[in-house]
Write a protein that binds this ligand. Structure first.
Ligand code: AKG
Ligand code: FE2
Length: 361
């Protein structure tokens, strides 16, 4: 099938969304010589090479967590940029590659198999496939599909409905990454003169969700965006990206300028993103990094983030330990999920607007 321009908009949205083909289906079944109009970003959202600064986010060697350099570098990176990579964390590169391969395996399934998991009618209550971010609300779609897994806190049958070709790798990956997340969280919270213990762990990282993000090759990558500018609303995100592909993930270098710093794929590395919850708890000492993803003409790409966040109905506000010396709270109190989460998940990606909306004057 070849698309012609005038009917583009209706045909493409219908094919991708209502017919549940996703953007993967679009590139697999339709000859695309140009970018279909629903994906063309307005000029100010397009990424150009002048926006990229010639440096990378810090890469922190965590082979010895007890070395005082490790907490220093982690806290520094969380305060300055809100994103860094860790290496020598104890998970072998082959294990991470197996997770990426499992994700590729899912997207390589026949289209009809994938469709059985489409959001809204997924055969699993804890895993579903969708495209873009909030596709029915976005004026321009993002060039990605993603498969989301929710790791329930209770029950053991939750994975029986997950695709058999990736279920084991997903469970294994959730379990392997959690202890590393705890170590990083401990470091960041201790540095705020507070502690993580049984009483508050769930309020910080009690929920875990994983994405298989899939970005197909794109006919006109300069006009499109893979994932639009956003911050992660949760506490911490630990992400692995496929290596051997071009740089795609970028973090905003400064709040006031449209300049972006590369988070290049490094074999075996894990990317760590500070989320909105940590920015609020730290009263702005840590930055939840605004980030976005570019796409390419010559290659598709997989990334697999795990989002750690508070359990439902957790009250999030600057920590009392941080406000001890008469520091003024910069964010108002929110109830996670019942207003904050709903607010974000129902809207297109929009930079730092969500956390901006709770900033006190
Ligand atoms: O694909 C990536 O590298 C980042 C994806 C991302 O930011 C997200 O899923 O929240
Ligand atoms: Fe993100």
């Amino acid at each position: 099938m070849v698309l012609t321009s005038s009917k583009d908009e209706i045909d493409v949205r219908d094919f991708v969304l209502n017919k549940r083909n996703g953007v993967k289906g679009l590139v697999d079944f339709i000859t695309l010589n140009t970018l279909p109009s629903p994906y063309i970003q307005p000029p100010h959202e397009r990424f150009t090479s002048e926006k990229i600064i010639p440096s990378q986010v810090p890469v922190i060697d965590v082979s010895d967590w007890l070395d005082p350099r490790v907490p220093r570098e982690i806290c520094d990176a969380a305060a300055k940029l809100g994103v860094f990579q860790i290496v020598n964390h104890g998970i072998a590169p082959e294990e991470l590659k197996a997770v990426i391969a499992a994700a590729r395996g899912f997207f390589d399934l026949p289209a009809d198999e994938r469709k059985r998991y489409w959001k809204g009618s997924s055969m699993s209550e804890t895993a579903w496939l969708t495209t873009s971010f909030t596709p029915y609300k976005e004026s321009v779609l993002e060039w990605r599909d993603f498969f989301k897994f929710q790791y329930p806190r209770e029950g053991h049958d939750f994975a029986t409905t997950w695709p058999s070709l990736c279920k084991e790798q997903v469970i294994h990956h959730f379990e392997r990454i959690k202890p590393i997340t705890k170590k990083i969280l401990n470091i960041l919270i201790n540095n705020l003169n507070s502690v993580v213990d049984e009483s508050n762990e769930d309020a910080l990282i009690g929920t875990m969700r994983m994405n298989f993000n899939y970005y197909p090759e794109c006919p006109e990558p300069n006009l499109a965006i893979g994932t639009g500018r956003h911050t992660d609303i949760n506490t911490l995100t630990l992400l692995i990206q496929e290596d051997g592909v071009l740089s795609s993930l970028y973090g905003r270098a400064s709040e006031h300028e449209d300049k972006w710093v590369d988070v290049p794929p490094i074999p075996g590395a894990i990317v760590v993103n500070v989320g909105d919850v940590l920015q609020i708890l730290s009263n702005g000492k840590y930055k939840s990094v605004e980030h976005c993803v570019l796409v390419h003409k010559s290659c598709s790409r997989i990334s697999v983030p795990i989002f750690y966040g508070p359990v439902d109905d957790t009250v999030i506000e600057p920590l009392p330990e941080v406000l001890e010396n008469n520091e003024v709270a910069r964010y108002r109190k929110i109830v996670y999920s019942s207003n904050y989460l709903k607010d974000v998940l129902g809207r297109p990606h929009d930079g730092k607007k969500t956390i901006g909306s709770i900033k006190l004057p």
